[in-house]
Design a protein around this ligand. Structure first.
Ligand code: DON
Length: 334
């Protein structure tokens, strides 16, 4: 087992690598912030932050760490966990499958063979999952979702009211997807309420450190590194991470699995969270997006950190051994 001194050296080394990457990729101005949600286009495109949290709650971070941005599609991963815990696999799988689509995240496409949404990481699946959030009216359902976030973040998060309103006003493509699913009997008839909740959960404000903490909780079989609370059941985490690996990066998911090789989820707010099982969570925030809706600097940072530290789950030289958890280790040096 690594001594405290060794772990501190590893942390310093990892932190140094992150600082170098931050300095290097800050010069990369490829891509543009999401513009299809008008409020998101207002963001400073040059914001950039990298954060990591280990399963024993050590934090590393560089850049715009205190900037809050909307979580967007990263919410899909957490809502999927909530649905599985609340309703069980059978009921969830009857509405939403687990197959990657190879299509864009907002495609109007369903799994026609099984009459369900393709997977929970694209908008159709996420809206169907949101339909499963229980509550008598939308206010109760919003609070249920916020309290789920509270368990992950250690605080009740704010919702960006301007982004929420902007999505409500312009989200007609999501409306089309939702009404198609109503027509198919996949979701219930409280469609506008469910869409409102979907837009609201996407508009939850987080920092890059919050995302890394979410990643660390998932890396730790659902146990929160700080509070010690079992935020989500380990068997549910298994299912969440499986779809994150196969579908979390949309139509870039295959390339991501090949090059980075860790379960991850992105959002059009510019966040990406990755999970290194048994080790910790890694997150990047930078609002310039590529054509898939993924943060450009985020992709480059993850690619490089994965290569440098052998993070890929199937890397033959993977130094993130299974005993890392028992040893409560921080990211080791290669
Ligand atoms: O449904 C939408 O358009 C957004 N609220 C969420 C989309 C999103 O983050 C896709 N991510 N890359």
């Amino acid at each position: 087992m690594a001594s405290e001194q060794e772990r501190e050296l590893r942390r310093q080394f990892f932190s140094g690598v992150c600082s170098n990457l931050h300095a290097r990729y800050a010069a990369n101005d490829e891509g543009e912030p999401a513009a299809y949600i008008p409020e998101l286009a207002q963001v400073d495109p040059d914001l950039f932050a990298i954060a990591a949290v280990t399963i024993d709650d050590h934090h590393v971070g560089v850049g715009d760490l205190s900037h809050q941005f909307t979580i967007q599609s990263i919410s899909k991963l957490l809502l999927y966990g909530l649905a599985l815990e609340t309703h069980g696999r059978e009921k969830v799988l009857a509405r939403v499958g687990v197959a990657p689509t190879g299509d864009t995240f907002n495609s109007i496409v369903l799994d026609e063979h099984d009459n369900r949404a393709p997977n929970p990481m694209v908008n159709a699946g996420a809206i169907a999952i949101t339909d499963l959030v229980e509550g008598d009216e939308v206010g109760d359902r919003v609070e249920r979702v916020r309290s789920m976030y509270e368990r992950y973040l250690g605080r009740l998060p704010e919702i960006d009211q301007d982004v929420w309103a902007s999505e409500r006003a312009t989200g007609n493509r999501n409306r089309a997807i939702a009404y198609l699913m109503l027509n198919q009997g996949i979701i219930s008839d409280r469609v506008e309420e469910t869409l409102d909740l979907y837009f609201g959960q996407c508009s939850v404000l987080v920092t890059v450190d919050d995302l890394a903490l979410i990643g660390a909780t998932l890396a730790n079989h659902g146990v929160h590194p700080r509070t010690g609370e079992q935020v989500v059941r380990p068997d549910v985490v298994r299912d969440m991470l499986t779809v994150a690996l196969s579908c979390g990066m949309y139509d870039y998911a295959g390339e991501w699995a090949y090059s980075v090789g860790v379960p991850a989820k992105s959002g059009v707010g510019g966040g990406i969270v990755g999970v290194i099982p048994g080790v910790g969570g890694l997150a990047v925030f930078s609002p310039r997006l590529d054509e898939h809706g993924n943060s450009v600097r985020g992709l480059r940072t993850f690619e490089e950190l994965s290569a440098t530290f052998g993070m890929h789950l199937f890397d033959p030289d993977r130094p993130w051994r299974a005993d890392a958890r028992a040893a409560q280790a921080s990211p080791p040096m290669k």
